[in-house]
Structure formats: structure tokens, C-alpha cells
Design a protein around this ligand. Structure first.
Ligand code: PGA
Length: 279
């Protein structure tokens, strides 16, 4: 059996960091840092293999304004460049928003939805996360949808109830979007809010436990094949040092990494760690 049946995906989330100039500098500095094996594993087109057994895939979610520069600079590296959000409508009176067709026009094929910072600071609800996720999947994007509990919810033993609520909202009708769920284009990121940017990484056991719960939910709500094919990423203070232990969990298929994805050397070290988990 494949060691990692859904491969390993190392996704970075730059949040509101790195303008176009810094994005170009990042990729220029990343190339010499990347071990040859990682470069070979990430041959162009590798992003299309995200979710494939024993394959390494990489993506970086960058600010809108840096997308074009990052796409150009990432060309030929096999590292996908994605948006951190997108509206569910294709056009219209939605000041400050960006749509799927606009992202597609410049070559973006990946997007993040439902990050806890959007839920916390920008009024994102379970319902708007569902709309964004469904619309982007319908438009052919790969979507990393984020869920996770707060510290208070974990301390009051409501982690599974919160995950279940967020997951139910994402999949109101199990028959909808079946194709996207089966081809691995939907990726879920479990990001406990208390672990994001705090240095308080979930233990590998906590991460695996939550991922197992999510996978079981998908099996019951969607289907066994959809559950088997959906990559589940862990996010929250992932570093090159703790990645290996987290990836040892059979249901942990990669990481969504904030702080440690901002520096070329640590992002390269994360990719190297992802590769080690496959060998
Ligand atoms: P962090 O952020 O790795 O800096 O904790 C993770 C995220 O918010 O996706």
C-alpha cells in the first residue's frame, strides 16, 4: 500500500504579507534552497497531482496583488499559486471582492476559503464559506476549505461538535458537487484557531484524532471513495521541525503553513520534510 495514499501537500498561506516585489524575491531565493529531489518531485504540472498517492505537491496562497508576480516567478517550479479568498458570484456589485473568472483569467487555479481569520475578522460565516467553496469547485478550482475550533470550544470539549457543524454547513446536500469531491479538488484544512500563529501546535495525536473524525464524517455524509480521496491538511504553527511528526498520522495529508512559509529557506525545508514523509 502507498505510504501516503493521498500524497503530501505543503500549502503556504502568506496572509497579508509579501507584495509583488517580495514575492519575486521569495521565488528567486527559493530555487537554490530546494533540494534536487524536491525540485524533481515538483516538476511542472505537479500541482495537478495533488491528492495522488505518494506524490509531493506544493501551493502558496498569496495576497491578490502579488498573484501575477508570484505566478510568473513560480513558473516552471511546479509550485501552484492560489488566492486567499474569492466571491461566489462571477461578477457584480460586490465592492472589494474578487471573482473566480478574474482569478482564472490570470492563471490562478487554486483558492483558500473559510480561513479562521476571515471568519473572525471579516464576518465570514459557515454559509458564505459554503457558497464560496461550492462556486469555486463548480468553476474548476482546487479549493482548500478551512475549519477548526477555538480554544474555548476545545476546552469545553466541543471540538467535534464544532467540526461537525462546520462540515454539515459545507455539505448541505451530499449529492451536490460529487465530482469535485471524487477527484480530490476539494481539500480540507483542519486549523485549530488556538494553534494559529501562537506556536502552540496541536500534538500529532490531536491532529490525527481530528482528521480521523473529519474523514469519518466525509465517509458517512458523502461516500467512502470521496472520503478516501479528500486530502486533509493540518494547520496551526507548523514548522519544518514538527512537520514530520504531524505527517506520521495516517489521515494527515499535508500542512497549511502560515509563518514558516514566508521564508524561502523554511518553505524549502517544509518541502523537503514532505518528501521525507513519502519515502
Ligand atoms: P501559522 O498559520 O502556521 O502561522 O500558525 C497557519 C494558518 O493560518 O494557515
Amino acid at each position: 500500500m502507498a505510504k501516503k495514499p493521498r500524497g503530501v501537500l505543503i500549502a503556504g498561506n502568506w496572509k497579508m504579507n509579501r507584495g509583488p516585489r517580495e514575492a519575486r524575491e521569495f521565488f528567486a531565493a527559493l530555487a537554490p534552497e530546494l533540494p534536487a529531489e524536491a525540485r524533481a518531485a515538483l516538476a511542472p504540472g505537479a500541482d495537478a497531482q495533488a491528492g495522488s498517492a505518494d506524490r509531493l505537491a506544493a501551493a502558496l496562497f498569496v495576497p491578490y496583488l502579488s498573484l501575477t508576480a508570484a505566478l510568473e516567478a513560480a513558473g516552471g517550479t511546479g509550485i501552484a499559486v492560489g488566492a486567499q479568498n474569492a466571491h461566489w458570484e462571477k461578477a457584480g456589485a460586490f465592492t472589494g471582492e474578487t471573482s473566480g473568472p478574474m482569478l482564472g483569467e490570470i492563471g490562478v487555479r487554486w483558492a483558500l476559503t473559510g480561513h479562521s481569520e476571515r471568519r473572525q475578522h471579516f464576518g465570514e460565516s459557515d454559509e458564505t464559506v459554503r457558497r464560496r467553496t461550492e462556486s469555486l469547485l463548480e468553476q474548476g478550482f482546487r479549493v482548500v476549505a478551512c475549519i477548526g475550533e477555538t480554544r474555548e470550544e476545545r476546552e469545553s470539549r466541543r471540538t467535534e461538535a464544532v467540526l461537525e457543524r462546520q462540515l454539515r454547513a459545507l455539505f448541505p446536500d451530499p449529492s451536490r458537487g460529487a465530482a469535485a469531491y471524487l477527484d480530490g479538488r476539494l481539500i480540507l484544512a483542519y486549523e485549530p484557531v488556538w494553534a494559529i500563529g501562537t506556536g502552540l501546535t496541536a500534538t500529532p495525536e490531536q491532529a490525527e484524532e481530528a482528521h480521523r473524525f473529519i474523514r469519518e464524517f466525509l465517509r458517512l455524509r458523502l461516500s467512502a471513495p470521496a472520503a478516501d480521496r479528500t486530502p486533509l491538511l493540518y494547520g496551526g504553527s507548523v514548522t519544518p521541525e514538527n512537520l514530520g511528526a504531524l505527517l506520521a498520522g495516517p489521515n494527515v495529508d499535508g500542512g497549511l503553513v502560515g509563518g514558516a512559509s514566508l521564508k524561502p529557506e523554511s518553505y524549502a525545508a517544509l518541502l523537503a520534510g514532505g518528501l521525507r514523509a513519502l519515502s
